[in-house]
Design a protein around this ligand. Structure first.
Ligand SMILES: [Fe+2]
Length: 344
């Protein structure tokens, strides 16, 4: 991670160095290097977006922020382990399952009504204990020189068929893909999900992350892959080096493969800075915070009611995503089923 002087000045050198040391490794020690007087964010969101939000929030409010980074599952499990003693005031995720894990442990406060009103109702879980801060769509990336449009699957569920064996890729170890599996579980039930996972184990090719899936499809190593939309749009906006030979298919018609995953924001019930933590969530979901997301080049969807997403994207309301209550997505069950299937 590059240390930028601008952000160092805003967030404090010590906290940022702490961030660099522990980013994504899941080995964070409770309270270490954290200043109890500062608003503490545990973030599994992309670092540049979280930092930009924190920087602007500090500028606008004068409230000091420190950020600890990790993956969805490492941060979610860390908060559950720390329980009411967690130094976290705010939790930001990339996907919903890590948030529901913390929610189900009874550790989240209710989000302020005014903040909830800033976000479209599709992006608020029924629990109202957290809120969508960004959204990302599941897509099928394919290489038209390796497969014709007529041969493409019409549902993500088709991929378990032996005829797809060796022909599709997925980043099965990551939180993004596991969120997609949680949508399959929610819409299809356990038996069908287990059957689909067996198809993945038998016939899918496993890659390290979304970008590796995209690059493998781009290079013609596999004709199709499952990923989130924004990695493709970012590459298209830059060099197209990893996506120039590929196109995207959106499954539509409420298919589990049309799942739109919410990145979440929450305030911890145990927060000693609860008012400032609620303020931070209000900022992130405000027209200003959402506009920052929409214009940042992140290519994730904005979820604020009055903010348009990046115009390069397929409109969110045209995707025909399945109707899912994100506070019901079951991360631990997904891990159990994927482990049983021999994938994890
Ligand atoms: Fe990501």
């Amino acid at each position: 991670m590059a240390l930028r002087p601008f952000i160092l000045a805003a967030l404090g050198v010590a906290s940022l160095l702490g961030v660099a040391a522990c980013s994504g490794d899941g080995s964070l020690e409770a309270g270490k290097d954290l200043d109890p007087d500062k608003l503490t964010i545990y973030s599994a969101q992309h670092e540049n977006l979280t930092q930009a939000w924190a920087e602007k929030f500090k500028q606008d409010t004068g409230i000091d922020v420190q950020i600890r980074y990790g993956s969805d599952s490492s941060m979610g499990n860390q908060i559950v382990q720390e329980g009411a003693k967690s130094p976290a005031d705010v939790f930001l995720t990339e996907n919903s399952p890590a948030m529901t894990t913390v929610q189900d442990a009874g550790l989240l406060a209710t989000v302020d009504d005014k903040t909830i009103a800033q976000v479209g109702s599709d992006h608020v879980p029924s629990s109202k204990e957290w809120i969508g801060i960004a959204a990302r769509s599941t897509v099928l990336v394919y290489n038209p020189s390796k497969i014709s449009e007529a041969e493409l699957p019409t549902s993500i569920m088709d991929l378990q068929d032996p005829k797809w064996s060796g022909k599709w890729g997925a980043a099965a170890g990551g939180a993004d893909f596991q969120a997609i599996v949680s949508a399959i579980l929610d819409t299809q039930g356990e038996a069908r999900t287990a059957a689909w996972l067996k198809g993945l184990k038998d016939g899918g090719k496993i890659y390290q992350n979304n970008i590796a899936v995209m690059k493998a499809v781009n290079a013609g190593q596999v004709p199709v892959g499952i990923m989130y939309h924004y990695y493709w749009y970012r590459d298209q906006a830059l060099t197209k080096a990893g996506s120039g030979n590929t196109k995207l298919l959106y499954f539509h018609h409420q298919d589990p493969g049309a799942f739109v995953s919410l990145s979440g924001g929450a305030v911890l019930k145990s927060s000693k800075h609860a008012a400032n933590a609620q303020k931070f969530l209000a900022f992130v979901t405000s027209p200003e915070g959402q506009k920052m997301l929409a214009t940042s080049g992140a290519k994730e969807y904005a979820v604020g009611t009055s903010v348009a997403s990046d115009p390069a994207l397929e409109p969110l309301d045209s995707l025909e995503a399945p109707d899912i209550d994100p506070s019901k997505l079951n991360g631990p069950k997904v891990i159990e089923l994927m482990t049983k299937a021999g994938i994890l």
